[in-house]
Design a protein around this ligand. Structure first.
Ligand code: UN1
Length: 508
């Protein structure tokens, strides 16, 4: 079996090299950082991690580039993003394939991720003419009171393996039109897609005559990210990852009064009411729970289903799960690719064991999919019926496990829904308007994203993306998320010949 794996990995390695060339990446110097593919578990390429002096220098270059970039008019800054969108459109297939090789996503989802990049670029281009401040009526005659949004500085982006390119684009496209420069520390598991994005952005900058130093890439383990976290030249740290990572990052950035934008774990649930369209709900649930092999922060992990429809719904989901093709994500028709690594698989096994010990009943899935590669981790998505929302259900396990629980009245369902530490995404499947509105109301879902008759994952870029509680509170992507990337100045202008003081104070 080893020989088979070796040949497969060799083929994937050649494919990777071709893709990197087509994406404008020079062959990296070999080093201690191993880029591997979860498809076979084999090594694709090695590269050097940035040392501490290199990280220092990268932050220094971003800081220096910011001095000029902040004075370039925003609609002109958008030219870089417009060119990046064009390059991404041209290379959507190649970058998508690299995402598949490095993160294990199926083709449709990998290309979808690149589409998300293009979409947010377009959003940022429009935004560049809409960085609106307000004008307020002054209490004094001959005075104008207004606010202006200014570029913030260097933005440190720390991203995760599961959306290796889209989350970078959400941050970078917006930061660049806002007049910021970027230093990016991607996940250690996805250094190659990072090289490709960096090369595309540098090329975009050069093509439109902008300074390519507005973007810096640093690579390596957590210690590399920690340097970004602690450097006072980094005005905003935008970090996506685990709650544990956020707990390390937030206090350190706060200690130097820097800003943080955190996108941490989710433990997303869907409530399925008796009136729900079960066929539609099943499709929504299966994509949200099993798609991306359960490795989205928006993945559906908890199902809170009305007791009257539990049997038919769980039967439909089980039937759909049995049809799902798990396997090599490069193959047409496969819907579920591999887990990222052995640690993810161990985490899944441990969670399933605890769930069963709590009285959970495994309705289907959960087993490792036997392939020829002992270092690749293919699993069948698991559906587990739980007698209660036990501790393991309240934790986020980054793997395809869907825990199902039942309810009788909506208040109990909403209580159960909100009784977890995370608060990212949520949904309700119902045809009753009263139930839908209740779920979206102040005493309904406590998440940053609350949907009706749609699963928890696959948000569009136009809305603000992020969540409450241990999810970290940050908002990225659309709506007015851009405000996190700028600083606000309040301006009072006196165009009179008098000097009236506010609050009616007389000082003479
Ligand atoms: C993530 O999993 O980190 O809503 C981001 C979604 C995607 C983004 C997920 N648009 O599922």
């Amino acid at each position: 079996t080893h020989a088979l794996t070796d040949t497969a990995t060799r083929e994937l390695r050649e494919r990777t090299e071709t893709l990197l060339r087509r994406l404008g990446v020079d062959t990296p110097e070999p080093g201690e950082l191993r880029a591997r593919t979860p498809i076979t578990g084999g090594e694709l390429i090695t590269l050097r991690a940035s040392d501490s002096a290199e990280v220092q220098a990268a932050i220094g270059r971003a800081d220096a580039a910011f001095r000029d970039w902040r004075t370039v008019p925003a609609p002109q800054r958008a030219a870089v993003v417009r060119r990046l969108a064009a390059l991404l459109t041209e290379r959507q297939r190649e970058l998508g394939e690299l995402v598949t090789l490095e993160a294990g996503k199926i083709g449709a989802e990998a290309r979808g991720e690149v589409q998300e990049m293009i979409d947010v670029c377009e959003f940022a281009i429009g935004l560049s003419r809409q960085l609106y401040g307000r004008t307020m009526p002054s209490e004094r005659p001959g005075h104008r009171l207004m606010e202006t949004w200014h570029p913030l500085g260097v933005v440190g982006v720390i991203s995760a393996f599961n959306f290796p390119v889209a989350v970078w684009a959400w941050n970078t496209a917006i930061a660049l039109v806002c007049g910021d420069t970027v230093v990016w520390k991607p996940s250690e598991a996805t250094p190659l897609t990072a090289l490709a994005c960096h090369a595309l952005l540098r090329r975009a900058a050069v093509d439109v005559g902008a300074d390519p130093e507005v973007h810096q890439l640093i690579q390596g383990p957590a210690a590399v990210g920690e340097q970004l976290v602690d450097d006072p030249r980094v005005a905003l740290v935008s970090a996506t990852g685990s709650v544990r990572m956020g707990q390390l990052v937030a206090p350190r950035v706060a200690a130097r009064f820097g800003r943080c934008l955190l996108e941490l774990g989710g433990n997303n649930a869907a409530i399925v009411a008796p009136s729900a369209d079960l066929e539609l709900a099943t499709r929504g649930i299966v994509f949200a729970a099993a798609g991306t092999a359960g490795q989205r922060c928006t993945t559906l992990r908890r199902l809170i289903v009305h007791a009257d429809v539990a049997e038919p719904l769980l039967n439909r989901i089980s039937a759909a799960y049995r049809q799902l093709r798990v396997g090599n994500p490069l193959e047409e028709g496969v819907l579920v690719g591999p887990l990222i690594n052995e640690r993810a698989y161990d985490g899944m096994c441990a969670a399933l064991e605890r769930a069963l010990a709590d009285g959970g009943e495994l309705l289907c899935g959960g087993e490792r999919f036997e392939g020829p590669d002992e270092n690749a981790f293919y699993v069948r998505p698991a559906l587990v019926r739980m007698p209660a929302q036990t501790e393991v259900v309240r934790e986020e396990t980054f793997a395809p496990i869907l825990y199902a629980m039942t309810y009788r009245d909506l208040d109990t369902a909403i209580d159960l829904h909100n009784a977890v530490p995370q608060g990212l995404s949520s949904s309700i499947f119902t045809r009753e308007q009263r139930e839908a509105e209740r779920f979206l109301a102040a005493d309904g879902s406590d998440c940053g994203i609350a949907n009706v008759n749609i699963g928890t994952s696959g948000a569009e870029i136009g809305g603000a993306f992020g969540g409450e509680k241990q999810t970290g509170g940050g908002r990225e992507s659309g709506s007015d998320s851009w405000k996190a990337y700028m600083r606000r100045a309040t301006n009072t202008v006196n165009y009179s010949t008098e000097l009236p003081l506010a609050q009616g104070i007389r000082f003479e």
